[in-house]
Design a protein around this ligand. Structure first.
Ligand SMILES: Nc1ncnc2c1ncn2[C@@H]1O[C@H](COP(=O)(O)OP(=O)(O)OP(=O)(O)O)[C@@H](O)[C@H]1O
Ligand SMILES: [Mg+2]
Length: 346
């Protein structure tokens, strides 16, 4: 086979691919492989480019015994670490003096690995979150059967705690289902017209008892004319319930909700409503900010659990806002309070 033919074949392979012959040099390399391994490596000894022992050893062995193999190649695309599965196949009759060559194809499995890691983490997190209240429940049941059997006062106290733990599990399952639903609808654009002014004022009413219990003052600042967007009213309600509830629970004693409308918001490049939930609380340290919308991520996990939080609220918020093609921005610093900004295109 001529070099042209080999290069033609390699160019047709939809993966980065190289060919190494018995002289242990690259005899052909396609553009995907050039992007991965570097330009101008044609004719170079493969071991000067593929330095990772797993790939180098496999190529050497394949040249020698002609057996197919796979190896792992680790790289970095500038933004993140990447992982490739390299498949090696012996191709007879090509290369120097027709001694055959090894065809190596690089399959990028980074996303698959990340997805399966996420799935494992998620199952681990859910089990952990459920196990804690379950362990408490089992412990109290044993105590009620045994030492506290005839102690009416203790029984009452324990039942109250058990009720709290059971409702925490219930909330967790509810949030998980809600997350699932929101995620599965994420690509379906909402169609209804939602009156944000009314929605926000009813959200504040719903949360009034929570704010009162924590002696926190909530205010709504909105333009005189009603502001509306296209959206899903139940989901948007869920967004503001969580943001305002967070501000009341973790924030300070002043919570301001500010609604404005602009004819052109730069981040969504369209007319949009902007809702800011501003508190004067302890704030959130910068290291937590990028991870806040991850499932189960809590900036202050002790405090959040104490408040009965599941750590899923902002993950749900993020998915709902994505569905509305909106943006969520969090600005905060320790001791400075927090500002959660939601941008929703009209
Ligand atoms: N306004 C705020 N001030 C300080 N910390 C906040 C604020 N809002 C959120 N947080 C932090 O972000 C974390 C994640 O919030 P999120 O709403 O996702 O979970 P949660 O409130 O703990 O649980 P859930 O919303 O499911 O009841 C909280 O645990 C808290 O540590
Ligand atoms: Mg919350």
């Amino acid at each position: 086979m001529t070099t042209d033919l080999i290069e033609g074949f390699l160019a047709a392979i939809p993966l980065p691919a190289v060919m190494v012959d018995q002289t242990e040099r690259f005899i052909a390399i396609n553009s995907g492989a050039e992007a991965l391994l570097g330009q101008g490596i044609q004719g170079r000894h493969f071991a000067t480019i593929l330095r990772q022992p797993s790939v180098a050893t496999a190529i050497e062995a394949c040249l020698h015994d002609k057996q197919s193999r796979t190896a792992r190649h680790l790289s970095n695309d500038g933004a993140q670490d990447t992982t490739y599965t390299v498949t090696l196949r012996y191709v007879p009759g090509v290369g120097a003096v027709g001694g055959g060559a090894v065809l190596a194809c690089f399959d990028d499995i980074t996303e698959r690995e990340q997805a399966s890691q996420m799935r494992r983490d998620f199952v681990g997190n859910v089990s952990h979150e459920l196990r804690t209240p379950l362990t408490a429940l089992i412990g109290f049941i044993e105590t009620l059967r045994g030492p506290a059997r005839d102690d009416a006062a203790a029984r009452d106290r324990f039942l109250t705690i058990m009720e709290g733990e059971a409702s925490r599990m219930n909330r967790l399952v509810g949030d998980l289902l809600s997350l699932n639903r929101v995620e599965s609808e994420e690509r379906v654009r909402p169609k209804e017209k939602v009156d944000l002014t009314g929605l926000l004022s009813s959200t504040l009413k719903t949360l009034a008892p929570v704010a009162e219990a924590r002696s926190s003052a909530m205010t709504l600042e909105a333009p005189e004319d009603t502001v509306s967007v296209t959206g899903d009213p139940d989901q948007l309600r869920q967004v503001f319930l969580n943001l305002v509830e967070n501000a009341v629970k973790y924030g300070g004693d002043q919570v301001r909700v500010v609604l404005t409308h602009t004819d052109r918001d730069p981040s969504v490049r369209a007319p949009a409503a902007r809702i800011q939930v501003i508190d004067n609380g302890p704030g959130i340290a910068p290291i937590h900010l990028p991870r806040l919308t991850e499932r189960f991520y809590r900036a202050d996990s002790h405090r959040s659990r104490e408040m009965g939080g599941t750590g899923l609220g902002l993950a749900i918020v993020k998915h709902i806002i994505n569905r509305h093609r909106g943006r969520l921005r969090v600005e905060s610093d320790l001791g400075e309070g927090s500002v959660f900004t939601v941008i929703l295109p009209d």
